[in-house]
Design a protein around this ligand. Structure first.
Ligand code: ATP
Ligand code: MG
Length: 400
């Protein structure tokens, strides 16, 4: 017997509503994949995925209407996403079958029966459906047995060749759940890797899988376990677990930091180049951030240690991204610099009575620094800033 009542309340409310609407419209929705697996494991369920042999669009639209939510349609996947405030995201899909025409390419999708939909899936533990009306489980590939014995098992021998991203998925899921990759599956996986299967997938798709690994609670362990599959993206690399742990710790300490850049720089430590980032979709700015950490960390810490004055250290750290500061810190120097960043002077450009121009901001910045490091007293700030502004102004005139 399946424990739908073990769901947390928003998920439960969503399932109750699905049942209600399905009864009214005479539809038969199945909860499938991840949420069924997690329910059976007693883990918390995040997204709700439903599959129907018929009437998925009716169910999706009626749910959205009932909830005052919205529905988006993804015709290429025969899927609808229903979103409403305070409810988990609900995916409603038509049962489908898939054909892989070429290894590594996206499959052709056509409508199918529940059975087809379960058989096209990646692993047995993800191929279980729960009929939410009757509470009956459909488990054609013995996924429950693999849940009990903690095994990741593919459904057929061509699975990793058809879709090599399943290699990443298997490793990610095994690490997350503390499962083993069942021996035959492991053999198929290793055979696929050594036959170059990962090369048949676009780099964009491989990066997407890698980004999913970064989101995991146990990201460092997942990335370490992916070692050996990352060569197609980065060439041979030595992955250092402690760097990954550090990246995780920094990303956790401040959610505004760029987690993807932090992890990628940990992977590429010592030798990152723009070709490594092909397909990642990193913007120029984010790429610079991560390459700075990967390639210049040593130089930064050395210069920081060698600097003799606080001003020299500030000059250096001014060019560091917040992510690099995270990796450099926590240290007395970085903490002082952060303090300096937030330090404000009660002085504005208009207080200086000097003609406007870029020299004003420069002078205020120089003054802020001088007060902070104790070069001048706060009472001297205004006069000091004026002198600096005039000095910079004259310099501008000289340089033209
Ligand atoms: P998570 O908790 O990470 O969301 P999940 O199992 O729900 O895990 P999703 O990526 O959300 O994973 O995919 C939903 C379901 O779709 C999976 O449970 C699996 O049945 C199926 N699936 C996803 N990716 C593939 C794939 N590459 N090949 C076959 N089936 C897949
Ligand atoms: Mg999911």
């Amino acid at each position: 017997m399946m424990r739908l009542d073990a769901l947390d309340s928003p998920e439960r409310r969503a399932v109750d509503l699905i049942k209600e609407v399905a009864r009214e419209k005479n539809l038969r929705p199945y909860l499938v994949g991840g949420p069924v697996r997690d329910l059976l494991l007693g883990r918390s369920v995040i997204d709700l995925d439903f599959t129907l042999e018929e009437g998925s669009s009716t169910l999706a639209r009626s749910m959205a209407k009932r909830l005052n939510g919205r529905v988006r349609s993804y015709p290429q996947f025969l899927t609808y996403k229903v979103t409403a405030p305070e409810l988990p995201e609900i995916d409603i899909a038509s049962a489908r079958s898939e054909k892989y025409r070429a290894p590594g390419a996206l499959p052709t999708v056509s409508e199918g029966r529940l059975q087809d939909d379960l058989m096209r899936r990646d692993f047995s533990i993800n191929a279980i459906a729960l009929d939410v009306i009757s509470d009956e489980l459909h488990d054609p590939t013995n996924g429950k047995r693999d849940l009990e014995s903690k095994n990741i098992r593919v459904l057929h021998d061509e699975s990793f060749i058809d879709d090599p991203t399943r290699i990443y998925r298997a490793i990610r899921l095994a690490t997350r759940l503390g499962f083993a990759i069942e021996p035959h599956t492991k053999e198929l996986m290793e055979r696929a890797i050594s036959s170059g299967a990962l090369r048949t997938v676009s780099k964009e798709r491989l990066w997407r899988e890698l980004f999913l690994a970064f989101e995991e609670e146990s990201a460092p362990a997942v990335i370490e376990a992916l070692d050996g599959t990352l060569e197609v993206l980065f060439g041979p690399r030595q992955i250092d677990r402690s760097r990954l742990e550090r990246a995780q710790q920094i990303a956790k300490s401040d959610a505004s930091l760029d987690r993807e850049a932090l992890f990628t720089s940990a992977i590429l430590h010592g030798n990152a180049s723009p070709v490594d980032l092909e397909g990642s979709g990193f913007s120029q700015r984010r790429a610079r951030t991560l390459m700075q950490i990967a390639n210049e960390l040593g130089r930064y810490s050395d210069s920081l240690a060698e600097a003799e004055t606080e001003r020299q250290r500030f000059r250096l750290l001014k060019h560091a991204s917040p992510e690099l500061l995270g990796v450099l810190g926590p240290s007395e120097h970085v903490a002082r610099f952060q303090e300096y960043r937030n330090f404000r002077l009660p002085l504005r450009g208009s207080d200086l009575e000097v003609p406007v121009g870029p020299h004003i901001a420069k002078a205020l910045e120089r003054t802020r620094e001088a007060v902070f490091v104790g070069e001048i007293a706060p009472e001297e700030a205004r006069a000091f800033a004026q002198r600096m502004a005039i000095k910079y102004l004259n310099r501008e005139h000289v340089s033209g």
